[in-house]
Design a protein around this ligand. Structure first.
Ligand code: BES
Ligand code: MG
Ligand code: ZN
Length: 473
Protein backbone atom coordinates (compact mmCIF):
# COMPACT_ATOMS: atom_id res chain seq x y z
CA UNK A 1 0.00 0.00 0.00
CA UNK A 2 1.19 3.42 -0.96
CA UNK A 3 -0.43 6.36 0.86
CA UNK A 4 -0.06 10.03 0.11
CA UNK A 5 -1.75 13.06 1.62
CA UNK A 6 -3.12 15.88 -0.47
CA UNK A 7 -5.61 18.71 -0.15
CA UNK A 8 -6.95 18.30 -3.69
CA UNK A 9 -8.14 15.26 -5.56
CA UNK A 10 -5.86 13.94 -8.28
CA UNK A 11 -6.63 11.01 -10.59
CA UNK A 12 -8.59 8.12 -9.23
CA UNK A 13 -10.68 5.14 -10.21
CA UNK A 14 -12.07 4.63 -6.72
CA UNK A 15 -13.33 7.07 -4.13
CA UNK A 16 -14.34 6.51 -0.51
CA UNK A 17 -16.59 9.24 0.88
CA UNK A 18 -17.35 9.21 4.60
CA UNK A 19 -20.44 10.98 5.95
CA UNK A 20 -21.77 11.78 9.35
CA UNK A 21 -25.37 10.68 9.62
CA UNK A 22 -26.80 14.21 9.67
CA UNK A 23 -24.65 15.51 6.85
CA UNK A 24 -25.51 13.38 3.89
CA UNK A 25 -24.38 15.86 1.27
CA UNK A 26 -21.34 16.29 -0.88
CA UNK A 27 -20.04 18.32 -3.74
CA UNK A 28 -17.46 15.70 -4.66
CA UNK A 29 -19.62 13.73 -7.04
CA UNK A 30 -23.22 14.22 -8.06
CA UNK A 31 -24.75 11.46 -6.03
CA UNK A 32 -28.43 10.79 -5.35
CA UNK A 33 -27.96 11.04 -1.61
CA UNK A 34 -31.46 12.18 -0.71
CA UNK A 35 -32.94 9.28 -2.65
CA UNK A 36 -30.54 6.87 -1.00
CA UNK A 37 -31.51 8.12 2.41
CA UNK A 38 -35.22 7.93 1.67
CA UNK A 39 -34.88 4.40 0.35
CA UNK A 40 -33.07 3.56 3.61
CA UNK A 41 -30.34 1.88 1.53
CA UNK A 42 -27.75 4.16 3.06
CA UNK A 43 -28.40 6.41 6.02
CA UNK A 44 -24.87 7.10 7.20
CA UNK A 45 -25.04 4.82 10.23
CA UNK A 46 -21.60 4.08 11.68
CA UNK A 47 -19.69 1.41 9.77
CA UNK A 48 -22.29 0.97 7.02
CA UNK A 49 -21.19 1.19 3.39
CA UNK A 50 -22.93 1.66 0.05
CA UNK A 51 -21.17 0.89 -3.20
CA UNK A 52 -22.01 2.32 -6.60
CA UNK A 53 -20.30 2.88 -9.91
CA UNK A 54 -20.38 6.20 -11.76
CA UNK A 55 -19.26 7.02 -15.27
CA UNK A 56 -17.52 10.32 -15.90
CA UNK A 57 -16.24 11.07 -19.41
CA UNK A 58 -16.50 7.40 -20.27
CA UNK A 59 -14.39 6.41 -17.26
CA UNK A 60 -15.65 4.06 -14.53
CA UNK A 61 -15.34 5.23 -10.95
CA UNK A 62 -16.06 2.95 -8.05
CA UNK A 63 -17.63 4.87 -5.19
CA UNK A 64 -17.95 3.64 -1.61
CA UNK A 65 -20.05 5.75 0.72
CA UNK A 66 -19.16 5.21 4.36
CA UNK A 67 -21.34 6.03 7.33
CA UNK A 68 -19.67 7.59 10.37
CA UNK A 69 -22.85 7.80 12.44
CA UNK A 70 -23.16 10.60 14.98
CA UNK A 71 -20.12 12.76 15.55
CA UNK A 72 -20.28 12.72 19.35
CA UNK A 73 -20.63 8.94 19.44
CA UNK A 74 -17.42 8.22 17.53
CA UNK A 75 -14.91 5.95 19.25
CA UNK A 76 -11.49 4.84 18.03
CA UNK A 77 -12.70 1.28 17.69
CA UNK A 78 -15.79 2.17 15.66
CA UNK A 79 -14.06 4.57 13.33
CA UNK A 80 -11.07 2.27 12.68
CA UNK A 81 -13.36 -0.62 11.80
CA UNK A 82 -15.55 1.64 9.66
CA UNK A 83 -12.59 2.78 7.55
CA UNK A 84 -11.27 -0.79 7.48
CA UNK A 85 -14.61 -2.09 6.14
CA UNK A 86 -14.92 0.65 3.52
CA UNK A 87 -11.42 -0.10 2.31
CA UNK A 88 -12.23 -3.82 2.04
CA UNK A 89 -15.34 -3.08 -0.06
CA UNK A 90 -13.23 -0.88 -2.33
CA UNK A 91 -10.38 -3.37 -2.64
CA UNK A 92 -12.76 -6.02 -4.00
CA UNK A 93 -13.43 -3.70 -7.00
CA UNK A 94 -9.90 -4.16 -8.32
CA UNK A 95 -9.14 -0.46 -8.32
CA UNK A 96 -5.66 1.04 -8.63
CA UNK A 97 -5.96 4.60 -7.36
CA UNK A 98 -8.29 5.35 -4.48
CA UNK A 99 -9.00 8.70 -2.92
CA UNK A 100 -10.44 8.94 0.57
CA UNK A 101 -11.91 12.34 1.18
CA UNK A 102 -12.32 13.60 4.72
CA UNK A 103 -11.65 17.23 4.05
CA UNK A 104 -13.76 19.64 6.09
CA UNK A 105 -15.39 16.92 8.20
CA UNK A 106 -15.75 17.56 11.89
CA UNK A 107 -12.91 15.92 13.90
CA UNK A 108 -10.85 15.86 10.72
CA UNK A 109 -7.56 15.15 12.50
CA UNK A 110 -9.01 12.22 14.42
CA UNK A 111 -10.49 10.87 11.19
CA UNK A 112 -7.25 11.35 9.24
CA UNK A 113 -5.27 9.39 11.81
CA UNK A 114 -7.84 6.62 12.06
CA UNK A 115 -8.24 6.36 8.28
CA UNK A 116 -4.50 6.01 7.77
CA UNK A 117 -4.12 3.42 10.50
CA UNK A 118 -7.19 1.50 9.36
CA UNK A 119 -6.44 1.19 5.65
CA UNK A 120 -2.84 0.10 6.22
CA UNK A 121 -4.01 -2.58 8.66
CA UNK A 122 -6.98 -3.67 6.53
CA UNK A 123 -4.73 -3.98 3.48
CA UNK A 124 -2.59 -6.67 5.14
CA UNK A 125 -3.12 -10.31 4.26
CA UNK A 126 -0.90 -13.28 5.02
CA UNK A 127 -0.26 -16.18 2.68
CA UNK A 128 2.71 -18.12 1.35
CA UNK A 129 1.19 -18.88 -2.04
CA UNK A 130 3.53 -19.04 -5.00
CA UNK A 131 2.07 -16.24 -7.07
CA UNK A 132 2.19 -16.09 -10.84
CA UNK A 133 2.13 -12.35 -10.88
CA UNK A 134 2.41 -9.96 -7.97
CA UNK A 135 -0.82 -8.21 -7.03
CA UNK A 136 -0.55 -4.50 -7.73
CA UNK A 137 -0.25 -2.22 -4.71
CA UNK A 138 -3.21 0.12 -4.34
CA UNK A 139 -2.32 3.80 -4.31
CA UNK A 140 -4.37 5.66 -1.76
CA UNK A 141 -4.61 9.40 -1.58
CA UNK A 142 -5.99 10.89 1.61
CA UNK A 143 -7.65 14.22 0.93
CA UNK A 144 -7.33 16.37 4.02
CA UNK A 145 -5.84 19.62 5.26
CA UNK A 146 -4.29 17.74 8.19
CA UNK A 147 -0.51 17.84 8.13
CA UNK A 148 1.51 14.80 7.13
CA UNK A 149 3.49 14.81 10.44
CA UNK A 150 0.26 14.32 12.36
CA UNK A 151 -0.41 11.20 10.35
CA UNK A 152 3.13 9.84 10.60
CA UNK A 153 2.44 8.24 13.97
CA UNK A 154 -0.56 6.42 12.52
CA UNK A 155 1.59 4.91 9.78
CA UNK A 156 4.13 3.73 12.28
CA UNK A 157 1.45 2.23 14.51
CA UNK A 158 -0.21 0.38 11.65
CA UNK A 159 3.09 -0.87 10.30
CA UNK A 160 4.20 -2.03 13.75
CA UNK A 161 0.89 -3.81 14.21
CA UNK A 162 1.52 -5.60 10.92
CA UNK A 163 5.05 -6.54 11.99
CA UNK A 164 3.39 -8.21 14.99
CA UNK A 165 0.80 -9.99 12.84
CA UNK A 166 3.40 -11.20 10.40
CA UNK A 167 5.64 -12.69 13.12
CA UNK A 168 2.70 -14.74 14.41
CA UNK A 169 1.35 -15.73 11.00
CA UNK A 170 4.60 -17.37 9.90
CA UNK A 171 4.02 -21.06 10.58
CA UNK A 172 6.01 -22.71 13.34
CA UNK A 173 8.23 -24.64 10.92
CA UNK A 174 9.53 -21.26 9.71
CA UNK A 175 9.24 -19.13 12.84
CA UNK A 176 10.99 -20.92 15.68
CA UNK A 177 12.88 -19.51 18.70
CA UNK A 178 16.06 -19.07 16.67
CA UNK A 179 14.51 -17.47 13.57
CA UNK A 180 12.41 -15.26 15.86
CA UNK A 181 15.51 -14.02 17.67
CA UNK A 182 17.22 -13.33 14.33
CA UNK A 183 14.20 -11.37 13.16
CA UNK A 184 14.21 -9.29 16.36
CA UNK A 185 17.91 -8.47 15.85
CA UNK A 186 17.06 -7.21 12.34
CA UNK A 187 14.13 -5.16 13.62
CA UNK A 188 16.27 -3.65 16.37
CA UNK A 189 18.84 -2.52 13.84
CA UNK A 190 16.20 -1.14 11.51
CA UNK A 191 14.08 0.69 14.11
CA UNK A 192 16.73 1.65 16.66
CA UNK A 193 16.55 -0.48 19.81
CA UNK A 194 19.23 -2.74 21.32
CA UNK A 195 18.79 -6.49 21.20
CA UNK A 196 20.60 -9.09 23.25
CA UNK A 197 19.91 -12.77 22.64
CA UNK A 198 20.86 -15.31 25.32
CA UNK A 199 21.57 -18.82 24.04
CA UNK A 200 21.06 -22.15 25.81
CA UNK A 201 24.25 -22.14 27.95
CA UNK A 202 23.54 -18.64 29.20
CA UNK A 203 19.90 -19.49 29.98
CA UNK A 204 21.14 -22.53 31.93
CA UNK A 205 23.63 -20.42 33.87
CA UNK A 206 20.76 -18.12 34.90
CA UNK A 207 18.98 -21.23 36.29
CA UNK A 208 15.79 -20.62 34.34
CA UNK A 209 14.62 -24.10 35.21
CA UNK A 210 10.94 -23.47 34.51
CA UNK A 211 11.60 -22.01 31.04
CA UNK A 212 14.08 -24.80 30.24
CA UNK A 213 11.66 -27.53 31.37
CA UNK A 214 9.19 -26.38 28.74
CA UNK A 215 11.84 -25.87 26.04
CA UNK A 216 13.87 -29.06 26.36
CA UNK A 217 11.83 -31.49 24.23
CA UNK A 218 12.15 -29.29 21.14
CA UNK A 219 14.75 -30.01 18.47
CA UNK A 220 15.22 -26.24 18.25
CA UNK A 221 17.07 -24.54 21.11
CA UNK A 222 15.31 -21.83 23.14
CA UNK A 223 16.37 -18.21 23.01
CA UNK A 224 15.97 -15.51 25.63
CA UNK A 225 15.46 -12.23 23.81
CA UNK A 226 16.08 -8.88 25.53
CA UNK A 227 15.13 -5.60 23.83
CA UNK A 228 16.26 -2.30 25.35
CA UNK A 229 15.21 1.19 24.31
CA UNK A 230 16.62 4.12 26.28
CA UNK A 231 14.92 7.25 24.92
CA UNK A 232 15.37 9.13 28.20
CA UNK A 233 18.85 8.25 29.51
CA UNK A 234 18.67 10.85 32.34
CA UNK A 235 15.77 9.04 33.95
CA UNK A 236 16.03 5.71 35.77
CA UNK A 237 12.34 5.06 35.20
CA UNK A 238 12.04 1.95 33.03
CA UNK A 239 8.85 0.29 31.85
CA UNK A 240 9.09 -3.50 31.52
CA UNK A 241 7.22 -5.69 29.02
CA UNK A 242 7.22 -9.48 29.08
CA UNK A 243 5.70 -11.32 26.11
CA UNK A 244 4.86 -15.03 25.89
CA UNK A 245 6.89 -16.44 23.02
CA UNK A 246 5.82 -20.02 22.44
CA UNK A 247 6.53 -20.34 18.72
CA UNK A 248 4.45 -23.53 18.96
CA UNK A 249 2.42 -25.21 21.67
CA UNK A 250 1.61 -28.88 21.09
CA UNK A 251 0.62 -29.20 24.75
CA UNK A 252 3.63 -31.45 25.42
CA UNK A 253 2.84 -34.84 27.00
CA UNK A 254 -0.55 -33.41 27.99
CA UNK A 255 -1.02 -33.26 24.24
CA UNK A 256 -3.67 -31.08 22.64
CA UNK A 257 -6.27 -32.53 20.26
CA UNK A 258 -5.35 -31.76 16.61
CA UNK A 259 -8.08 -29.16 16.22
CA UNK A 260 -6.71 -27.14 19.14
CA UNK A 261 -3.17 -27.54 17.85
CA UNK A 262 -3.50 -26.25 14.27
CA UNK A 263 -3.50 -22.58 15.22
CA UNK A 264 -0.86 -22.88 17.95
CA UNK A 265 1.72 -20.95 15.94
CA UNK A 266 -0.29 -18.11 17.46
CA UNK A 267 1.07 -18.87 20.94
CA UNK A 268 3.71 -16.17 20.42
CA UNK A 269 1.09 -13.40 20.23
CA UNK A 270 2.40 -11.83 23.44
CA UNK A 271 5.94 -11.66 22.08
CA UNK A 272 4.62 -10.13 18.85
CA UNK A 273 2.84 -7.47 20.93
CA UNK A 274 6.00 -6.42 22.77
CA UNK A 275 8.24 -6.67 19.69
CA UNK A 276 5.79 -4.62 17.59
CA UNK A 277 5.48 -2.06 20.40
CA UNK A 278 9.30 -1.76 20.63
CA UNK A 279 9.38 -1.09 16.87
CA UNK A 280 6.80 1.70 17.18
CA UNK A 281 8.42 3.20 20.30
CA UNK A 282 11.87 3.31 18.68
CA UNK A 283 10.55 4.44 15.30
CA UNK A 284 8.74 7.39 16.93
CA UNK A 285 11.82 8.07 19.10
CA UNK A 286 9.72 8.32 22.28
CA UNK A 287 11.53 10.02 25.18
CA UNK A 288 11.10 7.12 27.54
CA UNK A 289 12.82 3.90 28.61
CA UNK A 290 11.39 0.47 27.87
CA UNK A 291 12.86 -3.00 28.25
CA UNK A 292 11.06 -6.01 26.81
CA UNK A 293 11.89 -9.68 27.21
CA UNK A 294 10.71 -12.86 25.51
CA UNK A 295 11.53 -16.40 26.62
CA UNK A 296 11.14 -18.02 23.19
CA UNK A 297 10.70 -21.78 22.88
CA UNK A 298 8.50 -24.58 21.58
CA UNK A 299 6.39 -26.90 23.74
CA UNK A 300 7.05 -30.29 22.12
CA UNK A 301 7.20 -33.99 22.91
CA UNK A 302 10.29 -36.21 23.20
CA UNK A 303 11.93 -38.72 25.53
CA UNK A 304 13.23 -35.85 27.63
CA UNK A 305 9.91 -34.00 27.90
CA UNK A 306 8.93 -32.62 31.28
CA UNK A 307 6.06 -34.66 32.65
CA UNK A 308 2.76 -34.21 34.44
CA UNK A 309 3.71 -35.01 38.05
CA UNK A 310 7.19 -33.48 37.89
CA UNK A 311 8.34 -30.89 40.40
CA UNK A 312 10.65 -28.35 38.80
CA UNK A 313 12.56 -25.26 39.93
CA UNK A 314 12.60 -21.69 38.63
CA UNK A 315 15.01 -18.77 38.38
CA UNK A 316 13.25 -17.13 41.32
CA UNK A 317 13.92 -20.28 43.39
CA UNK A 318 10.32 -21.44 43.93
CA UNK A 319 9.46 -25.10 43.28
CA UNK A 320 6.55 -25.88 40.98
CA UNK A 321 4.36 -28.93 40.65
CA UNK A 322 3.45 -29.74 37.04
CA UNK A 323 -0.18 -30.82 36.86
CA UNK A 324 -0.36 -30.35 33.10
CA UNK A 325 2.42 -29.74 30.58
CA UNK A 326 0.00 -27.69 28.47
CA UNK A 327 0.04 -24.99 31.16
CA UNK A 328 3.52 -24.12 29.87
CA UNK A 329 3.17 -20.41 29.15
CA UNK A 330 3.19 -19.38 32.81
CA UNK A 331 6.40 -21.40 33.34
CA UNK A 332 8.27 -19.53 30.62
CA UNK A 333 6.77 -16.24 31.84
CA UNK A 334 7.83 -16.54 35.49
CA UNK A 335 11.49 -16.88 34.56
CA UNK A 336 11.19 -13.97 32.13
CA UNK A 337 9.37 -11.97 34.82
CA UNK A 338 11.93 -12.79 37.52
CA UNK A 339 14.72 -11.84 35.13
CA UNK A 340 13.25 -8.46 34.12
CA UNK A 341 12.35 -7.53 37.70
CA UNK A 342 15.73 -8.46 39.22
CA UNK A 343 18.15 -7.68 36.37
CA UNK A 344 16.68 -4.86 34.30
CA UNK A 345 15.63 -2.44 37.02
CA UNK A 346 12.13 -1.91 35.66
CA UNK A 347 9.75 0.18 37.76
CA UNK A 348 6.44 -1.15 36.41
CA UNK A 349 5.81 -4.33 34.52
CA UNK A 350 3.28 -5.78 32.08
CA UNK A 351 3.08 -9.35 30.93
CA UNK A 352 1.05 -10.21 27.86
CA UNK A 353 0.29 -13.76 26.78
CA UNK A 354 -1.98 -16.14 24.90
CA UNK A 355 -2.23 -17.87 28.23
CA UNK A 356 -5.56 -19.59 28.84
CA UNK A 357 -8.43 -20.99 26.84
CA UNK A 358 -10.52 -19.81 29.79
CA UNK A 359 -9.94 -16.20 28.70
CA UNK A 360 -12.08 -16.99 25.66
CA UNK A 361 -14.88 -18.04 28.02
CA UNK A 362 -14.55 -14.70 29.83
CA UNK A 363 -14.87 -12.22 26.97
CA UNK A 364 -14.72 -14.19 23.71
CA UNK A 365 -12.83 -12.47 20.92
CA UNK A 366 -14.10 -9.04 21.92
CA UNK A 367 -11.64 -8.16 24.65
CA UNK A 368 -8.35 -9.10 26.26
CA UNK A 369 -8.62 -10.07 29.91
CA UNK A 370 -6.51 -8.49 32.65
CA UNK A 371 -5.65 -8.67 36.32
CA UNK A 372 -3.56 -6.15 38.21
CA UNK A 373 -2.20 -5.32 41.67
CA UNK A 374 -2.30 -1.55 41.10
CA UNK A 375 -5.31 0.62 40.18
CA UNK A 376 -3.33 3.63 38.91
CA UNK A 377 -1.17 1.54 36.62
CA UNK A 378 -4.15 -0.48 35.42
CA UNK A 379 -6.05 2.71 34.58
CA UNK A 380 -3.19 3.83 32.36
CA UNK A 381 -3.23 0.49 30.57
CA UNK A 382 -7.01 0.75 30.20
CA UNK A 383 -6.73 4.25 28.68
CA UNK A 384 -4.04 3.05 26.29
CA UNK A 385 -6.23 0.21 25.08
CA UNK A 386 -9.18 2.58 24.61
CA UNK A 387 -7.08 4.98 22.59
CA UNK A 388 -6.02 2.18 20.27
CA UNK A 389 -9.57 0.90 19.80
CA UNK A 390 -8.72 -2.42 21.43
CA UNK A 391 -10.83 -3.64 24.34
CA UNK A 392 -9.67 -4.93 27.71
CA UNK A 393 -11.57 -6.16 30.76
CA UNK A 394 -10.22 -6.39 34.30
CA UNK A 395 -10.98 -9.41 36.47
CA UNK A 396 -10.97 -9.37 40.28
CA UNK A 397 -8.37 -10.90 42.59
CA UNK A 398 -10.21 -12.41 45.55
CA UNK A 399 -8.27 -13.92 48.46
CA UNK A 400 -9.77 -17.35 47.72
CA UNK A 401 -7.99 -17.45 44.34
CA UNK A 402 -4.58 -16.90 45.95
CA UNK A 403 -4.95 -20.22 47.80
CA UNK A 404 -5.53 -22.14 44.58
CA UNK A 405 -2.00 -21.77 43.19
CA UNK A 406 -0.44 -23.37 46.27
CA UNK A 407 0.56 -27.05 46.31
CA UNK A 408 1.07 -29.64 49.04
CA UNK A 409 4.48 -30.83 47.82
CA UNK A 410 5.76 -27.72 46.05
CA UNK A 411 5.56 -23.94 46.51
CA UNK A 412 3.20 -23.59 43.57
CA UNK A 413 1.19 -25.65 41.08
CA UNK A 414 0.89 -24.79 37.39
CA UNK A 415 -2.68 -26.12 37.30
CA UNK A 416 -4.64 -24.23 39.88
CA UNK A 417 -8.02 -24.71 38.25
CA UNK A 418 -10.97 -22.38 37.93
CA UNK A 419 -11.09 -19.39 37.38
CA UNK A 420 -8.28 -20.43 35.07
CA UNK A 421 -7.48 -17.01 33.62
CA UNK A 422 -7.13 -15.41 37.03
CA UNK A 423 -5.16 -18.23 38.67
CA UNK A 424 -2.77 -18.34 35.68
CA UNK A 425 -2.22 -14.60 36.10
CA UNK A 426 -1.74 -14.91 39.87
CA UNK A 427 0.91 -17.58 39.30
CA UNK A 428 2.92 -15.02 37.31
CA UNK A 429 2.14 -12.38 39.94
CA UNK A 430 4.22 -14.44 42.41
CA UNK A 431 7.33 -13.25 40.55
CA UNK A 432 6.70 -9.53 40.11
CA UNK A 433 8.21 -8.43 43.44
CA UNK A 434 6.25 -5.41 44.72
CA UNK A 435 6.12 -3.69 41.35
CA UNK A 436 2.94 -2.25 39.87
CA UNK A 437 1.92 -5.01 37.48
CA UNK A 438 -0.73 -5.73 34.87
CA UNK A 439 -1.20 -9.19 33.39
CA UNK A 440 -2.95 -9.34 30.01
CA UNK A 441 -4.37 -12.59 28.61
CA UNK A 442 -4.85 -12.33 24.83
CA UNK A 443 -5.85 -15.95 24.12
CA UNK A 444 -9.18 -14.70 22.72
CA UNK A 445 -7.91 -11.65 20.87
CA UNK A 446 -4.57 -12.63 19.28
CA UNK A 447 -5.95 -14.63 16.40
CA UNK A 448 -9.01 -13.89 14.24
CA UNK A 449 -11.07 -16.57 12.52
CA UNK A 450 -12.16 -14.22 9.72
CA UNK A 451 -11.26 -10.85 8.27
CA UNK A 452 -13.37 -7.97 9.54
CA UNK A 453 -12.84 -4.21 9.81
CA UNK A 454 -9.14 -3.64 10.46
CA UNK A 455 -8.50 -7.32 11.20
CA UNK A 456 -7.16 -9.79 8.69
CA UNK A 457 -7.72 -13.52 9.11
CA UNK A 458 -5.11 -14.92 11.50
CA UNK A 459 -2.92 -12.85 13.77
CA UNK A 460 -4.34 -9.52 14.93
CA UNK A 461 -1.25 -7.76 16.31
CA UNK A 462 -3.27 -7.19 19.49
CA UNK A 463 -1.39 -5.19 22.13
CA UNK A 464 1.14 -3.54 19.82
CA UNK A 465 -0.61 -0.16 19.66
CA UNK A 466 -1.81 -0.08 23.31
CA UNK A 467 1.70 -0.86 24.57
CA UNK A 468 3.05 1.95 22.41
CA UNK A 469 0.51 4.41 23.87
CA UNK A 470 1.33 3.24 27.39
CA UNK A 471 5.04 3.91 26.85
CA UNK A 472 4.17 7.32 25.38
CA UNK A 473 2.37 8.21 28.61
N1 BES B 1 -1.57 -21.58 24.56
C1 BES B 1 -2.57 -22.12 25.38
C2 BES B 1 -3.76 -21.19 25.59
C3 BES B 1 -4.60 -20.90 24.37
C4 BES B 1 -5.74 -21.63 24.11
C5 BES B 1 -4.28 -19.85 23.53
C6 BES B 1 -6.51 -21.35 23.00
C7 BES B 1 -5.06 -19.56 22.42
C8 BES B 1 -6.18 -20.31 22.17
C9 BES B 1 -2.00 -22.45 26.76
O1 BES B 1 -0.67 -22.82 26.78
C10 BES B 1 -2.77 -23.61 27.29
O2 BES B 1 -2.69 -24.65 26.70
N2 BES B 1 -3.48 -23.41 28.39
C11 BES B 1 -4.25 -24.42 28.99
C12 BES B 1 -4.01 -24.37 30.47
C13 BES B 1 -4.61 -25.52 31.24
C14 BES B 1 -3.94 -26.83 30.86
C15 BES B 1 -4.45 -25.26 32.73
C16 BES B 1 -5.72 -24.16 28.68
O3 BES B 1 -6.13 -23.00 28.70
O4 BES B 1 -6.42 -25.10 28.39
MG1 MG C 1 -0.37 -24.86 26.46
ZN1 ZN D 1 0.52 -22.04 25.26
Amino acid sequence: MNISVNDQMGDFDGVIIPFYENLLATSVLKLPLEALKESKKFEGKIGTTYKLTTITDGKLNEVVLLGLGEVDKLTSRKVLNAFGSAYRVMKKQKVEQVVLNIQGLEKEEFLAKAATEAVVMADYKFDLKTKEKEEKDIKLELITSVNMDVIQESFVLAESNIIGRDLVNQPANLMNPITLSEKVIELGEEKGFDVEVLELKHIESLKMDAFLSVAKASAVEPRFIIMRYKGNPESDDILGYVGKGLTYDSGGLSIKPTNSMVDMKSDMGGSAAVIGAMCAIADMKLKTNVVSVVAACENMIAGNSYRPGDIIGSMGGKSIFIGNTDAEGRLTLIDAMHYIVTRENVKQVIDIATLTGAAIHCTGNAASVAISNNDDFYNKVDESFNKSGEQIWRMPIFDEYKELIKHEEADLTNTAGSPGTITAGLFIGEFTGDLPWVHIDIAGTAFAKKEEGILSKGATGVGVRPLYYLAKK
